[in-house]
Design a protein around this ligand. Sequence first.
Ligand SMILES: Cc1cc2nc3c(=O)[nH]c(=O)nc-3n(C[C@H](O)[C@H](O)[C@H](O)COP(=O)(O)O)c2cc1C
Length: 392
Amino acid sequence: MAGTETDRPTPKVAPVQLGPITVPVPVMLSPMAGVTNWPFRLLCRQYGPDGLYVGEMVTARALVARNPKAFRLCRFAPQEKVRSLQLYGVDPQIMEQATRMVVDAGWADHIDMNFGCPVPKVTRHGGGSALPWKTDLFAELVHRVVAVCSPAGIPVTAKIRVGIDHQHETFLEAAHIAQEEGCAAVTLHARTTAEYYGGHADWDRIAQLVQAVDIPVFGNGDIWTAEDALAMFAQTGCAGVAIGRGCQGRPWLFADIAAALAGSPERQEPTLGQVGAIMARHARLLAEFYDGDERMAVHDMRKHVAWYLKGFAVGGQVRRDFMACESLEELDRCIADLDQDMPYPRAVAGKPRGRVRYAKKVRLPYGWLDSRTTTHQERETLFGNDPMDASY
Ligand SMILES: Cc1cc2nc3c(=O)[nH]c(=O)nc-3n(C[C@H](O)[C@H](O)[C@H](O)COP(=O)(O)O)c2cc1C
C-alpha cells in the first residue's frame, strides 16, 4: 500500500524529554474528543513512530462525579507504552481532585491540560481557550495539577491556542506561566478561538514561542501530510509536532510521518479494500471499547466511515448503507461490497478534512475581557457553571 514522495531535506529531530519520559520520536496524536479513544490511538500507534498518542479530553467534573463515560475515556490498551490522558476543567479544586484520582489509580503516565478548546459551551464558562486570559486562574490550575503529578513522576503539559482573538493574544504569557509552574512542554495550536478551525494556522506563532520559552514546544495546526510535518519542524524549530484532523480516517498518516522523518520517500496509499480491512478492525476495537455493545460501536464508526471513504468514488447509496448499520455483521457486509481494488484517491490526501470553519461568535462570560485576573464573584459563577459534559 505504498507510494513514494520526492526527496526533501529531512530536518534534524531529537527525542523529547517530558520529566522521566523520553519520547523517542516527538510526534503527537493530538487529543480529539470522540476520536482519540484507545481504539483509534492503537491504530495510529500501530502505524506510527514511538511518539505520544493523547486521549480525548476528560472533563474533571465528570470524573470527580464518577461518571462512567468519563471513566471509559481513562482506559488505555495494554500496548500503550505511554498513557497520555488529557484533563479539562476550570475549577482548580475539581481539577486537583480529578488529577488525584488519576494519579492514585495509576491511570496515566502523562497528563495534558486542555486550554485550547474553542467550543462555545466551554468558552462561555471561561474554559478551554478562554481560560489563559485569566492569568491567575491559569497559573493556579497548572500549579495544582503539577503539585499532584510531580511527586508521582508524572509530567504535565499544557495545550493552548494563540489567544481569544488577535486583540487578545495569550500564548506567550500562558507558555511562560506553564513553564514557571512546572509544565514539561506546551502544545500550541496556532489559531485563536475566533479562528476556530478556519483559515490557516499561523506557524510563525509557533516559531515565536519556540524562541520565547525553554521547555519543548509541540507545534499544531494544519499538518495534512508527512511533508507538512517536516515543513513545520523546519519552519518553526519546534521540538515536536501534533496532528489532529489530518489523521481522521487516515491513521496511516503516522506511518508516512515516521518514514519521512527517517528520510524515506515511502508513503501509504491503501486501496479501498485495505481501507475496508482497517475499518473492520477499528469497528471491532470500538466494540471492545463499548464493552461488547456493537450498536454503539457501529454508530460511533459513522463519522470514521465518512472520513475513511473521503475521496473514494463510492456512491451515495453505499454511504447511506454504512450509516444504517446496526451491527458488525452489517458493517462487514458493506465493507465486502466495496470495490476492493479501487486505488487510493491521492488528490484528497493532502487536503483539509474535518472541521474547517471560523467561529460564528466567540462566547465568553460577561465582562471576561475587562481584566486579566478573576474576581471572587467571577470565580463563584464560573465554578458553579463548569459543565459536566464539555465535549467538542
Ligand atoms: C473533532 C475534534 C475534537 C477535538 N477535541 C480536542 C480535545 O478533546 N482536546 C484538545 O485539546 N483539542 C481537541 N481538538 C483540537 C485538536 O487537538 C487540534 O488542536 C486541532 O484540530 C488543530 O490541529 P489539526 O489542524 O492537526 O487538526 C479537537 C479537534 C477536533 C477537530
